[in-house]
Ligand binder design. Structure first.
Ligand code: SF4
Ligand code: SF4
Length: 145
């Protein structure tokens, strides 16, 4: 079982309650701004989230979700996780998706490395990069390996 923290950065108002309550100091506030001009939380690389959900419960904007992934789910095909559904619905990762879409227009394509680079400050090690690759390919964007 592993834990994936899903932060909808554009919902965040930057109150930092999630940082204060986290017993493992997993979260820090980003230097970047979301679409409302707020600094949002991101995970500290290497810190382990216990999945206690305290951050999700205290968040007044319901911007945080915890996804528990069983070992059998970890190997499943992209596009089927709850994260993939939220990405497709446009309820998660709207800002980086918009930025990557603009980058693809400029370059004519994206690489997996482009996607990984853009998302690395927002996501933990558990991100299924294939969910994002699938999303961009469904938008008609050419994604190279
Ligand atoms: S789920 Fe618990 S350990 Fe993980 S970031 Fe939230 S408060 Fe911290
Ligand atoms: S508690 Fe919610 S609104 Fe406040 S900083 Fe954390 S994610 Fe943003």
């Amino acid at each position: 079982m592993s834990i994936r923290l899903i932060i909808d950065v554009d919902r965040c108002k930057g109150c930092e309650l999630c940082l204060d309550i986290c017993p493992r100091q997993v979260l820090v506030i980003s230097k970047s701004l979301n679409t409302s001009g707020s600094h949002f939380p991101q995970m500290v690389p290497g810190r382990e989230c216990s999945g206690c959900r305290q951050c999700a419960i205290i968040c007044p904007e319901a911007a945080i979700e915890i996804e528990r992934i069983s070992s059998t789910q970890q190997g499943k095909a992209p596009g089927t996780s709850r994260l993939a559904k939220k990405i497709k619905d446009g309820t998660a990762y709207r800002t980086p998706i918009r930025q990557l879409t603009a980058q693809a227009r400029r370059q004519g394509h994206l690489t997996r490395q482009d996607i990984r680079e853009r998302l690395k400050t927002l996501l933990d090690d558990e991100i299924n990069l294939d969910d994002f690759v699938l999303l961009f390919r469904e938008k008609g964007i050419d994604v190279h390996d």
